[in-house]
Design a protein around this ligand. Structure first.
Ligand code: FE2
Length: 173
């Protein structure tokens, strides 16, 4: 079971339009350096993934994600949204699928981050317990694609609402 909390956080100045990838990176880095805006929202003992919506308007949405190593988004995309991630405590693991080889995995530690365009497909897990990351998406997440494999091994995509919890459809996939 996940917990989803919505809270409107004071944001740094935003341009009032869809943000570019560098702007998203700047936004999550700015928020990472301002723990007074989100530290009171951190929780790890919720019995599931814990994520807090820090801000959402028509151009951008921003989330705080709390990770234990058991937390796994499963394979997914972000539909029309570009995104940026700043890891602020611990480390998270990002894995990208390849049709012609083994997935590519990177561990992203506190102080680092990454960003992506809308065509990006990945899955994320906690690399160590009690990790924290800040995520920003523009345009705001509305739908996401969740991937799994059918009985014949064919890749399947299911469209989810941004408010649905991402998790592996089949933990072995
Ligand atoms: Fe993602």
């Amino acid at each position: 079971m996940s917990t989803l909390t919505t809270r409107r956080t004071d944001m740094p100045d935003l341009p009032g339009r869809v943000l570019s990838r560098p702007e998203l990176e700047g936004l999550v880095d700015t928020l990472a350096a301002r723990p007074e805006l989100w530290s009171g929202l951190v929780a790890f003992d919720t019995g599931g993934r814990h994520f807090v919506s820090l801000f959402r308007d028509e151009h951008v949405d921003v989330w705080l994600l709390c990770w234990n190593v058991v937390d796994d988004t499963g394979w997914h995309d972000h539909d029309l949204s570009a995104g940026a991630v700043a890891v602020v405590r611990g480390a998270v693991r990002e894995t990208k699928p390849r049709l012609s080889g083994e997935p590519v995995t990177a561990v992203v530690a506190a102080g680092s981050g990454f960003s992506f365009d809308p065509e990006h497909i990945h899955r994320m897990t906690g690399a160590v317990d009690a990790s924290l990351s800040i995520h920003a998406y523009s345009p705001p997440l509305w739908r996401m694609g969740q991937y799994s494999f059918g009985q014949d091994g064919a890749l399947l995509r299911r469209s989810l609402s941004y408010a649905d919890e991402l998790r592996p459809v089949d933990p072995t996939s």
